[in-house]
Design a protein around this ligand. Sequence first.
Ligand SMILES: [Zn+2]
Length: 414
Amino acid sequence: MKLAKYYLSPGNRSAQLETAGSLGASWVQFGNELLLYTDENQWTGLVGRAAQRTLPLQEYPTTVNRENMYLVVQKGRLFQQEHPEVPVIVDHGRFLLVELDPKQAQQIEVGNLPCFTLRPLEDNQIVFKVSERTDAAAPVASIQNLVNQVSRASLEADLTQLVSYPTRFSTSTHYANAATWAQGRLAAMNYSTQLQSITVNGSTSQNVIADKLGSGMGERDIVLVTAHLDSINHKDGPLAISPGADDNGSGSAGLLQMANVLQNHSSQHDLRFVLFGGEEQGLFGSQQFVAHLSASEQQRIRAVVNMDMIGCLNGPSPSVLLEGAPISQNVMEGLQAAATTYTQLDVQTSLNPYDSDHVPFIQNGIPAVLTIEGADGANDGVHSIRDTIDRINYDLALEILRMNVAFVAISSSG
Ligand SMILES: [Zn+2]
């Protein structure tokens, strides 16, 4: 295959996409970057057609066998750190296009901890989109009032507490202490709380659950806010220091912040906040949480907003990736609308749900969306001793929280 990149310019993306799509090459879209590829004998024709339509293509220097093109979705930089030998063709942080022999790909997949996924590239697919900032709807005063209550000071205080545990490895006593502390925080906000016992690779851990009943008469839905409380240090082992400031102190402190802001919000529907254990070992907490839901409870869940890494700024401007599946399209659209009205965030969207606590919900037909710091760039500290609080960008975390608070307040209202 011969490959070429093409950059879509903001404001005119859909027309450019259509033109690029009509060139007769296969394509894959990563935000504003489109990669076109074609057999070598078709190449001259493609270049000629692109020139006619004045699309400036940037040719990739080498050719690649079609069966060697793989899509990687990684946490932080974990795939690249574990496999520096694999050539990267397109690099968008969380999303990569790499060149891999299928046999080598199989070997890599065996015994891999849940740090990345690897799949053969499908033709003509959108890996993630960057949304155009459309005209924002006017803010609603009561929602704006809640959004304004998102507080840097209390977010910082909670995150400082969370990183003070040497580790939050799910089956450690430090984790149990962190869970008890978080439960106490939620109870002090007048939520009814419980610890749900879970099993992680044969040992015990806990989910922390906090509920607030809605004021609606009759049948009520539930809106869930979730984050994983545990941390991990892959390189140095279970007992090693693992501050997990971004992954996922940021989402956990963010959940406490949302609970704090929404404690006096008189919603029609029920609100439930859940901090999961066992995420880093393979989504144990969220899987067991979903498995314990009755069929009627599952049906009552109108939205799940999951936060996993909301605190590292990986590009020039604050951005968020909304990751869901077709079943969560409404939630994604609601979050996007909230971002446009109540924040300055650039929003990226992806329908490739992967490896965080939104996935067990989606697999059970429940509309869940992951909100995570923007996909571009380099977060190379995840799952290591270097995931420290000094790397946190509070402005970004606060913007993502404003979006989530607005969405949850609107979604639970009526
Ligand atoms: Zn995480």
